[in-house]
Design a protein around this ligand. Sequence first.
Ligand SMILES: Nc1nc2c(ncn2[C@@H]2O[C@H](COP(=O)(O)OP(=O)(O)OP(=O)(O)O)[C@@H](O)[C@H]2O)c(=O)[nH]1
Length: 681
Amino acid sequence: MIISMDLNASPLPEEDEEEAFPVHVEEENSVEEHVETAVETMRREREERRQRLKRECPDEGPKRVVQPMKDSISQSRNTRFNDRSKLPPGWLDCPAFGQPIDCIIPSKVPLGEHFDGFIIRGKKYSMRQVIHQQKVLGRELGLVIDLTNTTRYYSPSDWQKQSIKHVKIACKGRDSIPDNESVNNFVYEVLQFRCRQKHSKKYILVHCTHGHNRTGYMIAHFLMRSQHISITEAIQAFAHARPPGIYKPDYIDGLYMFYHERRPDTIECPPTPEWKRSSDLDLNGDVVLDDDDGVGSAAPLQGDHLQTESITNDDILGDAVPYDQQEEMRRLCHRLLDSKVRVASQFPGSHPVSLNRENLQLLSQRYYYATWKADGTRYMMLITHDGCYLIDRNFCFRRVQLRFPIKFKHNEGAKDTHNITLLDGEMVIDAQDNGKRERRYLIYDIMVLNNLPLIKRPFNERWKMIEEEVIQPRNVERSNMHQSRIPYYRYDMEPFRVRRKAFWLLSTVGKLLKEFIPKLSHEADGLIFQGWDDPYVTRTHEGLLKWKYPEMNSVDFLFEVVDDDRHQLYLFERGKKKLMEGNHVVFSEADASSYSGKIIECSWDSEKDVWICMRIRTDKSTPNDFNTYRKVMRSIKDNITEEILLSEIDEIVRLPMYADRIQTEIVAHSHHQQPGAGRRR
Ligand SMILES: Nc1nc2c(ncn2[C@@H]2O[C@H](COP(=O)(O)OP(=O)(O)OP(=O)(O)O)[C@@H](O)[C@H]2O)c(=O)[nH]1
């Protein structure tokens, strides 16, 4: 096996000792310039990213408190003046690099020439040595991913001068694992690079300080998202390529926790390598701290799913993904849904219209089923091989870790997981009998199944597929875990449960309203009438009807307090703000200024002719369209009460079209208590 020590036997000829030792003032300046440039670049990139995210996903607040850049600059300055050429502990004896894993070469940090005076002959490992040594092995580098949390080791522009792209994903080392957003950035960079390099086969050098823990952690994530292996196999693959692999137990535990796999008893964490152990203590026996430790991205060692605090519908779920990746996924969704929108950032999900006396007639013209209108948070879900993404109403994507095996086929076994499956549904919070609250994603539609478009198929077929293709394979695997390819997977560690939403025959709407909804363990604010043979229609679907309890009919306004303390309500019309003069809103609190600039959901008080603010919509960044407002007002004016609705439906289901079909379906599902209806969950 080729390991890095063998490779160091053919090093690049080093410069004279004379040249290597003295540190000139000019050199100091140039290092300062490097630091300044790097910090400036980081600051600019961070600001650009922040602005971009703010524009696209205004509700998305930063998940963690980011230390002000000023601190990071001053930290860099301290570093520069005190320790800028101090070798990282253990670096000298740490093997330089490992074997490639896919197109990735794990490596320790190459040190810039300003370290030369501190490195003995034969141990130098700078950019020049890296390029030379890889060249000797027939490998050309195209990308360097730098996971260190400092800019003092080398100047990134040196790589760029060699036409090698340099990407910095600063990760705090030591006692914390890289945070999930950094992992997503890393995987995206690698996948993008791999995609672009199909023909030239260049390599990626990935390094942290020693190229073991942060590097191994990131590479293990990449393997998990690009190959069908277990986390044990991913960790072992890295250890084989870069012995002894990841040697920090917390990192290994973090990986098992992230991928919801139980760590087999046989898997042990390797001991800290000798070169690292001896360097961790100084001559007095005190711990030597590496300056590669500070304000970078780091995550606590507990998985999100283990949070015990109270959960709400406004919580931001999942981990941020890079902006460019989101753009790609937006385009993919539009393509898959065949949605022709003027603005690519528009959420393409189907949207029901309010029931009024006119469109109520649709119920007697087409065959409908009904379901309760679950009142949680709407998400579409895109499942791909590299991850599962929740798509919110702002058309922003966040990654969640779930497993979706494909349907079990006899003699084939469950081989694979879904790739390019697109679902629609509502995330609710279910209160359980034992007092615990649990998130559940209720899937009510499937638009694409493993790249196969389903939008033109009738709803009843799509609804069956949700159960057969998405839910059952998970249940089958869970009940035969010992036979599974990943026997250690723990579905109970996933961030939420997944269910198919139940639909009820129109003839049973009375029961749904009076018996089922009151017993539901999550909020419901009305009914949805779904055409049983309808295709999936993007954006406003005039045939998909929502009936809300009259007091819950609502409009989402943008509320603003203007200079002279006046309250103003706005809607949108053709993408522009429209002032709703003559509309007034009342709040439960005396001071309304805290609502200014927010989207507020309001119900109509017809006795007082005012809007009542019900809540702030943190999941929306724009108010309702004026058209939606008109439809809601129409529905409020028509005032279809529960009584009226039930009596209308009573007549409709007597029509031959309904009577015959209901009868057929009751017979077909006679072994069920309710055709289409689920048990109480
Ligand atoms: N299509 C469909 N939507 C459902 C279902 N259950 C809950 N919903 C939710 O109902 C929403 C549409 O109702 P609206 O009242 O227009 O949306 P809302 O978010 O509740 O409130 P608005 O701000 O008024 O749009 C969808 O976006 C889903 O989030 C269901 O079974 N089918």
